[in-house]
Unconditional design. Structure first.
Ligand SMILES: *Cc1c(COP(=O)(O)O)cnc(C)c1O
Length: 434
């Protein structure tokens, strides 16, 4: 069921060498091929991005940076990492890139270690309202070794910016706490981020502005969201979400002094040997992002998200902030039926072949394991070639499944079975690209 002959051949070989692992990967390939992926942080990479990871580059220790390694034999690794850095800089119009972070969280760890001492204060969004755990969760490094203070959204229903960032509050929090760093960029925020406004607040209180664009990086590169440059001092991101690359992290800056500190903080500060096979794959993905067709992809992701949120609102659901500017939406299920929870919705939809995650909505009275909402995103379905008319179909399926679930197990079982068949047919007609 793999979507490319070479990938399929690789998988066949793996099955012959290790039937147990090969079989499980084949099952997962089948699951991805036949279900609708609406998890906002996921995507489907190209065969080229996938294959670059499965190469001999994994054999090599290349601690250090191009031209300054701690091991011999790095000549091709130097060239590959240099290429990845150059493409990363070209994508964002930035001067310096570090492509070694193993993940988004590790990119954030390095960026914070570069600019702060243990115990220093930084400011970020209230975590349960869309922040990431690496932005100050108590048991995460960011909350254990630094002191987070949080800024809120507008929680007043009557306010024109209800559920959007309260920039006056950002300023108030920062002027009072005088953080070393001000973080913006989120995991579940459906609206444009005003980086210029954040920078003016950072300047006013003497903070370094860090934009964690893990979710929206692909939209930025594709011109579908304003760029954090030249406003942010540091930009961190993942490479596996809207950038459609391998799992990993990336840090960018225009400031040479900050770039030096970041390099030290990544290695040897936070990591040992870089994953050179992943860095090669990042280079392939960045090359794809620089192709003209990526612009069209990014704008289609946003058009599809607007279409999906519109189609859900038409059916009685509420999207927080009234819709979306980017690739994701937070759907408040209570507007459709007070009894609906995010946990039930996630479980029921998975039975129908529609994959998403429960998510708290701003000011959610329900606990994180239950929630009143689901987060839906369009990066993966857009990669699969789906368009705005398909979004109406998907919204219809979601409503059928959730309505049936409210009636009882019998109704739910029947509806999931029916929708699952329709989902599989749509997926078969729109295969994953090679
Ligand atoms: C996904 C995400 C990350 C972390 O990515 P991992 O690769 O899972 O560590 C960091 N910041 C934000 C805002 C994210 O959404």
């Amino acid at each position: 069921m793999a979507h490319n002959a070479t990938v399929a051949g690789t998988l066949e070989y793996l099955r012959s060498r290790d039937p147990k692992v090969g079989e499980l990967i084949a099952l997962e390939a089948g699951r991805q091929a036949s279900t609708i992926e609406l998890i906002a942080s996921e995507n489907h990479v190209s065969a080229a991005v996938m294959l670059a990871m499965g190469t001999c580059l994994t054999n090599k220790y290349a601690e250090g940076y191009p031209g300054a390694r701690y091991y011999g034999g790095c000549v091709h690794h130097d060239a590959l990492e240099t290429l990845a850095r150059e493409r990363a800089c070209a994508m964002f119009g930035a001067r310096f890139a570090n492509v070694q972070p193993h993940s988004g969280a590790q990119a954030n760890q390095a960026a914070m270690m570069a600019m702060m001492e243990p115990g220093d204060t930084f400011a970020s969004l209230v975590l349960k309202d869309g922040g990431h755990l690496s932005h100050g969760m108590k048991i995460n490094f960011s909350g254990r070794f630094f002191r987070p203070v949080h800024y809120p959204l507008h929680y007043d229903k009557a306010h024109a910016d209800y559920e959007r960032i309260d920039y006056d509050a950002v300023r108030r929090v920062c002027l009072e706490a005088r953080p070393k760093m001000l973080l913006c960029g989120y995991s579940a925020y459906p609206r444009v981020i005003d980086f210029a406004k954040f920078r003016s607040i950072a300047d006013e209180c003497g903070a370094v502005l860090m934009a964690d664009v893990a979710h929206i990086a692909g939209l930025i590169v594709g011109g579908a969201h304003p760029s954090p440059f030249p406003h942010a001092h540091i930009v961190t991101t993942t490479t596996h979400k809207t950038l459609r690359g391998p799992r990993g992290g990336l840090i960018l800056t225009n400031d040479e002094e900050i770039a030096k500190k970041i390099d030290k903080a990544v290695f040897p500060g936070a990591q040992g040997g870089p994953l050179m096979h992943v860095i090669a794959s990042k280079a392939v993905a960045f090359g794809e992002c620089l192709e003209p067709s990526f612009k069209e992809y990014a704008s289609r992701v946003v058009r599809n998200a607007k279409a999906l949120s519109g189609a859900l609102m038409k059916r009685g659901y509420r999207c927080t902030t009234g819709g979306t500017d980017n690739h994701l939406m937070l759907v408040d299920l209570r507007a459709r039926a007070e009894a609906l929870t995010g946990a039930d919705a996630e479980k029921w939809l998975e039975r129908a072949g529609i994959i998403c995650n429960k998510n708290g909505i701003p000011d959610d009275p329900r606990p994180p394991r239950v929630t009143s909402g689901v987060r839906l995103g369009t990066p993966a379905v857009t990669t699969r070639g789906l368009n705005e008319s398909h979004m109406d179909t998907i919204a219809g399926w979601i409503d059928r499944v959730l309505s049936a679930g409210l009636k009882g197990e019998n109704e739910l079982a029947g509806e999931c079975e029916a929708v699952r068949r329709e989902v599989a047919a749509l997926c078969a007609a729109n295969p994953l690209p090679s």
